[in-house]
Design a protein around this ligand. Structure first.
Ligand SMILES: N[C@@H]1[C@@H](O)[C@H](O)[C@@H](COP(=O)(O)O)O[C@@H]1O
Length: 286
């Protein structure tokens, strides 16, 4: 796992937005995998990433015509056009602002008649398009990834999940601080669904994520902090802001900053391809 630290949320958004655009632009299509497949999160943390991608699209630096998306999760039981549904979030903040074909956007339907079938069909569809190339994710204050609350199996797949009380409290801010209005259940991809992606990029910003970040990076792989599963992913990158580092050991921060410095030197000397071969996954800005 790599950790990249930037000063502000905006800089984190720029870094990841450039990174994703670069991946889309260098994607090589094959018959069984014709489109770049992007996993998408919701929440406030990815907003600067989406804003950067929209900016790059408007500047003609990236197109989403050959991109297929799969969202991480969706609430159960609120209408699709509810202002706080993840469907509304994605169209408002991203899909309606870029050139993606709406048919290429996949979101779980939290109002499906058969929720079990909905989850199974979602997994099947991911396989059908050749798997997820890059899963962008956020993290909950309790260390969850998607809606994989503490105690979720690290081998879990897309399924129905009851939300933890901490998450309901956290998400209350989006529902006029009305606790009763926050859905209690969601459909979510599993930890293993995220782990199956070729590459995972996690956006972690704000002091309220500091404890979760230190647990996922400095603690062991643990089902109580489901994002820690990424420690065993072959290609995972966490990008955080300075605020989110406040619970990390100084030594940890210095270590990851030093790796980035060495990588800059390697890239300057041998170019990006050599740096990737050496296992340094970062790519330069789009
Ligand atoms: N299901 C989502 C997660 O995918 C997201 O990572 C988390 C953090 O949201 P925020 O970025 O707003 O803190 O919120 C929800 O729980």
């Amino acid at each position: 796992m790599r950790l990249t630290i930037r000063d502000t949320k905006t800089e984190v958004g720029h870094y990841i937005g450039d990174y994703i655009a670069r991946r889309i632009n260098t994607f090589v299509a094959t018959p069984g995998h014709p489109n770049f497949v992007l996993g998408c999160p919701t929440g406030s943390s990815p907003l600067p990433v989406y804003a950067r991608l929209v900016e790059l699209y408007k500047a003609g630096k990236v197109s989403f015509k050959n991109v297929v998306t799969f969202n991480m999760d969706e609430y159960v039981g609120i209408p699709r056009d509810h202002p706080e549904s993840y469907h509304t979030f994605m169209f408002k903040n991203f899909f309606s602002l870029i050139d993606i074909d709406p048919k290429n956007t996949n979101l779980l339907n939290g109002n499906a008649e058969d929720l079990y079938h909905e989850c199974e069909a979602y997994e099947a569809k991911i396989l059908e398009v050749g798997g997820i190339d890059l899963f962008l994710g956020g993290i909950g204050a309790d260390g969850h990834i998607a809606f994989n609350e503490p105690g979720s199996s690290l081998k879990s797949r897309t399924r129905i999940k009851t939300l933890a009380y901490e998450t309901i409290l956290d998400n209350c801010r989006f529902f006029n601080n009305d606790l009763a209005a926050v859905p209690r259940m969601a459909l979510t991809v599993g930890v293993q669904t995220v782990m199956d992606a070729k590459e995972v990029v996690l956006v972690v910003t704000g002091q309220n994520k500091a404890l979760a970040l230190s647990q996922m990076i400095e603690g062991g792989v643990n089902h109580m902090v489901t994002a820690s599963a990424l420690q065993s992913h072959p290609w995972a990158l966490v990008v955080c802001d300075e605020d989110a580092t406040s619970e990390l050991r100084v030594k940890t921060v210095k270590y990851f900053k030093s790796i980035e410095k060495v990588q800059d030197e390697v890239e300057a000397k041998y170019g990006e391809v050599a740096s990737v071969r050496l296992g340094l996954s970062r790519v330069t800005a789009a």
